[in-house]
Each structure stands twice: as structure tokens, then as C-alpha cells.
Design a protein around this ligand. Structure first.
Ligand code: XUL
Length: 504
């Protein structure tokens, strides 16, 4: 089966085309928003508003979809299933004209122009937005129940509920006119299907509106957010649902296979879980980028995270947990800079000094969420440390911090799949294996969310098993085993680090 996975991220729309029968990635393509659509004047795909507001434009996303399907024309007649990944939490607001406009699209249209009359809000607030603290506090007060127990996350500024409430408060008329509130993922799937389609339960969990126990909208959460909300939200269905055949618009205009299944779409994190081959509990992913992210499958019962991180749905069934740490490579790069070394020399310093012989410290150069605290170090303090303390001490402290918080989400970690820039550093990868006492597998997947979407499309439409998809597309490129002689050293260091956290 030939399946297309699309990932609409903050900065770009990427495509991964797979042939699941041959076990091959056939084609990859990406469209960068700022480069391809300078007329929107975005900064890497987003706009900064006043007071920590961040948003983008639905028209920009539609232009990117038209361009992508134009660019993929030579492949389109062979594509049998499509699924999309969207950056999580972002919401799209539409009026009653949407179904008619979607149904009547024809090949002389451009999506962005044809859908313009359907938007009841010209912008899409995105996950970077941090402007809704007031709305979070209000919902907390309004709610009859515990938001973490019901939805799997504390009320979060960037989550959809807070954004919807802000829109309702600031633009009550436009809110009343709004007939449909979609996530990016369900909006894009609706465009491909030519009709309104459901939100999938894995992305729905990132809204502070879905009840994890039922995977359906929760009346108390809806009530705490905004009036008449249920009528504006699509249904919720499992990620494995085939929603429709491709809309005629894509068939006529871009020669897309008329039998192509449009599968429900999901968020970038649930899709990455699939694309990293981590669908089963026991295997977790650590993605080391600007910020570090820990995520993994947690089985069928949502766990009580006590407000640490988030619980989303696992598109392969059950749930996944996710914790995002603000201090990733920001701190690592500052530490390296303070030593005057390059990364090759830094890697040698790390491997020769693991475990770090001195006490660990709080390694945060910017404000951190886990633990919740202000920055604890700066370039000046790093420069006052010896190179070993600045670089090895900082990275080891970061990994202990990861293990401390990860333990609240995952009890028995036997395999860690490592991705992101810093994962290429073997000394850091070995340190992670030693601190966690788990096998570290490095995977070289350039876009795990787009690959995960393609795999989901093959699973939903072609009933391809996760086992065979994982074998073909997510196999590890290399692995590192933990040095068991370091196990007790790191148990002691973890206890000391836990004491240090109590001093905050
Ligand atoms: C997760 C989150 C981001 C976005 C964009 O809660 O806000 O990971 O999904 O990638």
C-alpha cells in the first residue's frame, strides 16, 4: 500500500510517502512557510502578538496544502491512503458555510481563497501562545472536578480550552457565529475529505476538554470553558478511523487516486510516538533539541501524573505521556561555549569523566517547567566552573533531572529511543544509558511525525500491523548498552539530586 503522511508543523508542511508492501520510503518533500509564502510576513511560520500571543493563519496552511499536492503530482495517482499530523493544541474557527464550501470545491478554486468566507476568526492561536493564564485560573475556579484527573493535564495556556475561552470572552459575537472549532489536524483532514471529520482521541486529549476515561467530550470541562461549546466541536473517534475517500477537488485538480482513503489525523506528538517506533510501554523516546522532550506509551489506564507533563492518546491504542523540558540544547550549548571546546573535544571530555565525580547542580539556563523554577545558572557562572563541571556536570545533571521526572510517568524503562541533534553525541547517549540503566537506541528519522502519519494511514486503511510497519520503518540504527558498574553510583546521585530539587 502507498501511504502519504503529511506533517503540518509550526514552520513547514512535510510529506513522507511510504510503500508499506515494499517496506520503503519512496519520497520526502518539505515546504517551508516563511520561504514559500513571504506574503504572510511570518517569523518561521508564526506571528508574535502582544503579551505572549503567538498565532498563524489558516490561509497559509491552505496555500501549503495546495502547493504540496501540486508538488506531489507524479505520485498522487498511486496514493491509497493519507493521514495528517498537526502541531498540537492549535484551533481553527469556522462558520456555518464550511460544509457547503468544502463540498462544492472545484478544480478552478484555490483552497485559501475558496475557504476565506468560512473563517469566523482570521487567525489560529498556536502552541507557543502563553497569553491565557487568566482563562486557566478562571476555568480552574469554574470546574466541578479535577482537571488533571479528567483531562490528563493541568490547565495550560497553550491548550485549546484556554484559547477558546479567551476568544469567547474577547469576541463574543464571532464566538456565537462560530459553528465549528477544529484542531489543525481535524481541519486539514476535513479539507482532504471535503466534509467535516472528527477529531481523533489522541489529539483531542491535548485540549483540556476530553475525558480520558471515556475518550469523549466531558460536560464539566466544556461547561467550565465556554457556553454552547459541545455543538461547535466535532465528534471524537479513534485515530485508526478511515473518515472518507479523498475529495473530488484533489482528484480532479491534482490527479489524486479517487479511491484514496482519508484517515483521521492526529497531533505531532502522538504521530511521533508512532514514527519513533515506541507504540509499546517499556520503550520511551527522548528527543534532544532546543528543548528536551520525554514521551512514551503507558498502556490502557491513564496514570495520575500529579500535574507533571501531559497524557495524550496513543494512536496505536491506550495512552502516552509527555514531558517537555525547556532547558535542552540551550543549556548544553552555553556549557560548551564556556569551556572554549568544540563538540568533538567536548564529547571526549564527557566520555572520560562519566560518571561526574563531584556533586550535581540545577542545570537551568532559562526558566524551567520541570521543576518549575527560574533560571539557576548563567554564562558567567558557567565560566567560573572548570570545564568538567561546566559541561559534564551540566549534562549529567540534566539527565538526572530527566530521569527524576520521567519516573513519575514510566516505571519500567528498558529501551530509550534517542532522537534530535544531541543524540548524535555518543558520550551523551552512553551517559543516558548509564543514568537510566536502559538500552539506548539511536534512530535516524528525519521527520518522525510525518512518518508516523504515513504509518497510521497504512494501518488504518490497509490494516498493516504495527509490528511489520515498525520492522520496515523504525528499526534502530545503533544501540548502546548501560554500564552496570555505574548503576549504584547513579542511584545515589539520583537521591542527592532529589534533595537538591527540594531546595527550590
Ligand atoms: C506539546 C506541544 C508541542 C506542540 C508543537 O504539548 O505544545 O510539542 O505539539 O510541536
Amino acid at each position: 500500500m502507498i501511504s502519504l503522511g503529511l506533517d503540518l508543523s509550526t514552520q513547514s508542511l512535510s510529506a513522507v510517502l511510504i510503500d508499506s508492501t515494499a517496506g520503503e520510503i519512496i519520497h520526502e518533500h518539505a515546504i517551508n512557510f516563511a520561504e514559500s509564502f513571504p506574503e504572510f510576513e511570518t517569523e518561521n511560520g508564526f506571528i508574535r502578538g502582544p503579551k505572549q500571543e503567538f498565532y498563524s493563519y489558516p490561509q497559509l496552511y491552505l496555500k501549503a496544502i495546495d502547493k504540496m499536492m501540486h508538488d506531489l503530482q507524479e505520485f498522487n495517482p498511486r496514493i491509497e491512503s493519507i493521514s495528517i499530523s498537526g502541531h498540537q493544541h492549535a484551533s481553527v474557527y469556522l462558520n456555518a458555510s464550511l460544509p457547503k464550501i468544502l463540498a462544492e470545491l472545484n478544480q478552478s478554486d484555490q483552497l485559501s481563497e475558496a475557504l476565506t468566507p468560512a473563517f469566523s476568526r482570521p487567525i489560529v492561536p498556536i502552541w507557543m501562545d502563553n497569553s491565557t493564564t487568566e482563562e486557566c485560573l478562571e476555568m480552574d475556579k469554574n470546574l466541578n472536578g479535577s482537571v488533571t484527573e479528567l483531562s490528563g493535564s493541568l490547565y495550560c495556556e497553550r491548550f485549546t480550552a484556554a484559547q477558546i475561552r479567551k476568544f469567547y470572552k474577547n469576541s463574543p459575537e464571532a464566538y456565537t457565529e462560530t459553528q465549528y472549532i477544529h484542531l489543525i489536524s481535524s481541519f486539514c483532514a476535513s479539507v482532504f475529505a471535503g466534509k467535516n471529520v472528527s477529531i481523533d482521541s489522541s489529539d483531542g486529549a491535548g485540549m483540556n476538554l476530553m475525558n480520558l476515561a471515556t475518550s469523549q467530550w466531558d460536560d464539566n470541562l466544556l461547561e467550565a470553558c465556554a457556553p454552547n461549546l459541545k455543538a461547535k466541536l466535532p465528534n471524537i473517534e479513534p485515530a485508526s478511523t478511515v473518515a472518507a475517500k479523498a475529495s473530488n477537488y484533489f482528484v480532479e485538480k491534482y490527479s489524486l487516486n479517487p479511491n484514496c482513503d482519508i484517515c483521521l489525523s492526529s497531533g505531532d506528538n502522538p504521530n511521533s510516538l508512532i514514527g519513533c517506533g515506541a507504540t509499546d510501554p517499556g520503550t520511551v523516546v527522548i528527543s534532544m533539541g532546543t528543548s528536551d522532550t520525554f514521551f512514551g506509551a503507558i498502556g490502557n489506564e491513564p496514570i495520575d501524573t500529579k500535574g507533571i507533563g501531559h497524557i495524550f492518546g496513543n494512536p496505536a491504542g491506550g495512552f502516552m505521556s509527555l514531558i517537555c523540558f525547556r532547558n535542552g540544547s540551550l543549556s548544553r550549548e552555553a556549557a560548551l561555549k564556556s569551556t572554549g571546546l568544540n563538540w568533538q573535544e567536548g564529547e571526549k571530555l564527557i566520555s572520560e569523566n562519566t560518571p561526574f565525580k563531584e556533586s550535581n547542580y540545577l542545570p537551568f539556563i532559562v526558566d524551567e517547567m520541570y521543576p518549575s523554577c527560574a533560571a539557576q545558572i548563567n554564562e558567567e557562572s558557567l565560566s567560573s566552573f572548570l570545564p568538567t563541571k561546566a559541561l559534564v556536570g551540566l549534562i549529567e545533571s540534566q539527565i538526572l533531572n530527566l530521569r527524576f521526572f520521567a519516573a513519575k510517568h514510566a516505571k519500567n524503562i528498558n529501551t530509550i529511543r534517542l532522537t534530535g541533534g544531541a543524540s548524535q553525541n555518543t558520550a551523551i547517549a552512553q551517559m543516558i544509558a548509564d543514568v537510566f540503566q536502559a538500552k539506548v537506541e539511536r534512530i535516524e528519522i528525519s521527520n518522525s511525525a510525518a512518518l508516523g502519519s504515513a504509518m497510521r494511514a497504512a494501518n488504518a486503511s490497509g490494516q498493516e500491523s504495527w509490528d511489520s510497519l515498525n520492522k520496515n520503518f523504525t528499526a534502530a540504527k545503533s544501540q548502546l548498552l548501560p554500564n552496570s558498574s555505574n548503576a549504584s553510583i547513579y542511584e545515589d546521585k539520583l537521591k542527592a539530586y532529589a534533595h537538591l530539587l527540594q531546595t527550590i
